[in-house]
Design a protein around this ligand. Structure first.
Ligand code: PMP
Length: 376
């Protein structure tokens, strides 16, 4: 028998994937991942502090994140059986893909969009198919005929869309709901910040899974808690495919507390971000940039040499996310939006980073201070 080396023992479809990496080096102000720049909401923090007994850590948690299911159901007027939880919404999406498609099936999606989707499609042996985002003249819409061509087993849309911040127009979402042959995953990771939610459609649709996260507006990215809303038959199928005990007892408690009791804290954060979004859009336009119209807590700014500019900014303490050669968009930077008081100390540096080579050369080497611009 021939014995293959460790790196060749894996499934071929998995070996072909590149390991996910992003630059996570410490910066004074991190505007690269769209998390909450004020931190974690108070009731979630209290729930974590209270979770110090052996019943939390020595014993197994509930099977399927039951407290979070109940909290999400209450919040959206559904039954707990219509909520599925996961270790981040990433996990919910991945399990849904595994549950609803066989290797070789097609996953159809808008592109550019959430970068983990092609990754999850490939780890599950699916073939991702991309439909390009239309330009401003067509309202950043997509070609629904192209999206549904070939009867995709799974159709994925994200609205507001990451990394563009644009909404998928309602008419297109309605057509997908009416005509998609398989599961429709609608990712609403940024829905707290703007645009309509389609949660009220999950019961009648029967094939719509609306995915939400606690990592963005809810300030719990490190706790890893996400959930999705869908008809009972969808939720059961995903839970079968993923098995019990995936959400930690701590994440379950923090997530449930946040959904039950931190609504006002989150709403006030969202209001601050929306106000800052207006101001930052005006600030960018005054400097000759044209951010895409965003309903999320980030802007996508088309600009040349995005990777070089992001590296330059990161060296000086400001994290932004570069994208290169995106279809229809080219290079660009995705810049998270936080409260204006958090962004303001970084604006001079950002202006230089988005400016000409001469402006950058003239910057003089000053970096954002360790405390400056960080979450308060
Ligand atoms: N969906 C979208 C559109 C996202 O941008 C992200 C985070 N980058 C996620 C899902 C995953 O978030 P999490 O796993 O932390 O819930």
């Amino acid at each position: 028998v021939s014995r293959r080396p460790p790196s060749e023992l894996g499934r071929a479809s998995v070996r072909a994937i590149e390991l996910y990496r992003s630059n996570r080096s410490q910066v004074a102000l991190d505007l690269s991942d769209n998390t909450n720049l004020r931190g974690t909401p108070p009731s979630a923090v209290l729930a974590a502090r209270a979770a110090d007994g052996p019943s939390v850590y020595a014993r197994y948690p509930s099977h399927y994140g039951d407290a979070l299911k109940r909290a999400a159901a209450l919040r959206f007027g559904l039954e707990p059986e219509e909520v599925v939880t996961g270790c981040g919404s990433d996990d919910v999406i991945e399990c849904a893909i595994r549950a609803f498609a066989e290797p070789g099936d097609t996953l159809s999606m808008l592109w550019p969009s959430f970068a983990m989707l092609p990754y999850f499609a490939k780890t599950n042996g699916l073939v991702p198919r991309f439909v390009e985002l239309a330009g401003p003249e067509r309202g950043y819409d997509l070609d629904v005929d192209a999206l549904l061509e070939g009867e995709p087993r799974i159709t994925y849309l994200c609205s507001p869309n990451n990394p563009t911040g644009t909404l998928v127009p309602r008419a297109s979402i309605e057509r997908v709901l009416a005509e998609a042959p398989g599961l429709v995953i609608l990712d609403e990771a940024y829905a707290e910040f703007g645009g309509p939610s389609y949660v009220d459609r999950v019961r009648e649709s029967g094939r719509l899974l609306v995915v939400r996260t606690l990592s963005k507006a809810y300030g719990l990215a490190g706790a890893r808690a996400g959930y999705a809303l869908g008809a009972r038959g969808l939720v059961d199928t995903i839970e079968k495919a993923r098995g019990p005990y995936k959400l930690s007892g701590l994440a379950e408690r923090m997530g449930a507390a946040a959904l039950e009791r931190d609504g006002a804290w989150v709403a006030s954060y969202v209001a601050e971000v929306r106000e800052a979004r207006e101001r930052l859009a005006a600030w960018l336009r005054e400097r000759g940039h044209a951010p895409l119209p965003s309903e999320a807590n980030f802007f996508f700014v088309r600009i040349d040499d995005a990777a070089g500019r992001a590296a330059w900014l990161r060296e000086r303490g400001l994290g932004v996310r570069p994208f290169t050669a995106l279809p229809g968009l080219g290079d660009g930077l995705r810049i998270s939006i936080g409260p204006w008081s958090v962004l303001e100390p970084a604006l001079a540096l950002l202006e230089a980073g988005l400016g000409s080579a001469e402006q950058r050369a003239a910057w003089g080497g000053a970096s954002l201070g360790a405390g400056e611009g960080s979450a308060s």
